[in-house]
Design a protein around this ligand. Sequence first.
Ligand SMILES: *Cc1c(COP(=O)(O)O)cnc(C)c1O
Length: 407
Amino acid sequence: MSTSKYQTGRHFLQIPGPSNVPDRVLRAIDQPTIDHRGPVFIEMAERLFDGLAKVFKCSGPVLVYPGSGSGGWEASLVNVLSAGDRVLMFETGHFSNVWKEIAVKLGLDVDYVPGDWRHGVDPGIVEQNLGADTEKKIKAVGVVHNETSTGCTSDISLIRAAMDNADHPALLLVDAISSLGSTDYQHDKWRVDVTIGGSQKGLMLPPGLAFNAVSEKARKASKNAKLARSYWDWEHVIGANKSGSFPYTPATNLLYGLDVALDMLFEEGLENVFTRHARLAETTRRAVDTWGLENQCLDPKEYSDSLTTVLMPEGFNADELRNQILENFDMSLGMGLGQIKGKVFRIGHLGWFNELMLTGTLCGVEMGLELAGVPFNKGGAQAAMDFMVSENKPSKNRVLETKGAVS
Ligand SMILES: *Cc1c(COP(=O)(O)O)cnc(C)c1O
């Protein structure tokens, strides 16, 4: 028996993924598994492919693998590249590091541009690096859209513009695992070649599905790409998907969940989903500011709508704070990853989430700060509540609309 407090009521899962799974999605998953080659499944699969295309905003195929997001990373590389190919990647934090390591293990020659873990990717540096590659040896550029370790986003439209300015033919690979379904994402418009997604963040599902949205150009590149691949090979999946089936047993019950999660995103309206995320992110930052704590992300233009990474005051350990909060209030906050372990904690505000869940979350953080003896100013949760009240008054100009934070 553990000596921990007996917990009642709902656990607060406020890590930035896996996120809270809606009850509707859980109920959908809890259905008998069916024949994945039968007519009912095929009808559902076709509906899923259409829905996913709307979420990725892409006209090309979206592949759905049983796998974690990391499988989606591997798929994005092995399908379009050959051993020794040069790839340009950018250090934004822990997740870019892990993706880069996969590329290295696969035998790619990675140019890894260092970063400070407090910013997104600078489009100027992208242009400079591609401009210097006069022989066009770089085959792909890999960017993490929303760096889940730091809460910094990178502007993919500006990175695309930088690639165009350098007149460089490299493929653009984007990890949108923690932005998809939370922040606007436009695969076609930004001419992304491979977008990597995962089920357990903004898509409101349990872990277990990985996605690749694929451009025409990427599919052409895959014809000549020599890295060994079997399970991740796009063409055999796309071939089977044409008739609503898969070349392996799909994660049938997770797909039931996806079917409902997509319905929910479209019922709310994707643009409203993004506005809600932006509003709850801004609310969170008001609390953090009031506490007198620092946001790990230094550039307001790059603030994440999915999560906020909060820096601890010097000499205080974030994991001790997280433990206090877990023990006393049954809430999980995200830990610091990689080189910022212990120095930051992360508040997830993505997916199936609302004002009162955020209020509970911020109250839990505020009480935890006090219990852990961290120096801070009280009133963060109150500042958040005041902001939410002002945002809901019918007659006023909403801050988020007037400042144009939602584009
Ligand atoms: C969660 C996440 C991943 C990893 O996904 P897994 O499902 O844990 O393999 C990759 N990139 C980003 C940006 C993420 O947030």
